[in-house]
Write a protein that binds this ligand. Structure first.
Ligand code: DQA
Length: 142
């Protein structure tokens, strides 16, 4: 199974941005954790991060012919992007939405998720561990 892990804006700033919300570990730590887990589970993983909405759309479109599933943390675009939702619907790959923080306990504007309706599952508030759970879910439900 080939899984694409997509990360949206400001996730490259993990470790620096709001450590009380997102923790002190860095984006490099997150990538290492995901790669180590993938090795253990014998699954092929590609990880991408971009601050651009259109690039996320293109990554999703291109995944159609090269990946079996997507783990996505669209970050702030979760709450605003119809374009990312439409891309997800267009490729109809199994998809899991992940948020590091518990968005259900944060501001009202974070309660909206456009991508959610195209995802099999949402994992929120479990820190970096949420990405590993998302991978496990996709492996168990392929
Ligand atoms: C986030 C939550 C979003 O509301 C926020 O804009 C992010 C990160 C999370 O992982 O908790 O950038 O997706």
């Amino acid at each position: 199974m080939k899984i694409l892990v997509l990360n949206g804006p400001n996730l490259n700033m993990l470790g620096v941005r709001e450590p009380d919300v997102y923790g002190k570990n860095t984006y490099a730590d997150l990538c290492k954790m995901i790669k180590d887990h993938a090795k253990k589970k014998n699954v092929s993983i590609t990880i991408k991060q971009t601050n651009c909405e259109g690039k996320l759309v293109t990554f999703i479109q291109k995944a159609r012919n090269s990946f079996d599933a997507i783990v996505i943390n669209p970050a702030a675009y979760t709450h605003t992007s119809v374009a990312i939702l439409d891309a997800a619907k267009a490729v109809s790959l199994p998809m899991v939405e992940v948020h590091i923080s518990d968005v259900t306990k944060r501001e009202d504007f974070r309660q909206v998720s456009f991508i959610r309706s195209a995802c099999q599952k949402t994992i929120t508030g479990k820190g970096f561990q949420g990405y590993l759970e998302a991978i496990d879910y996709l492996l168990e439900n392929k």
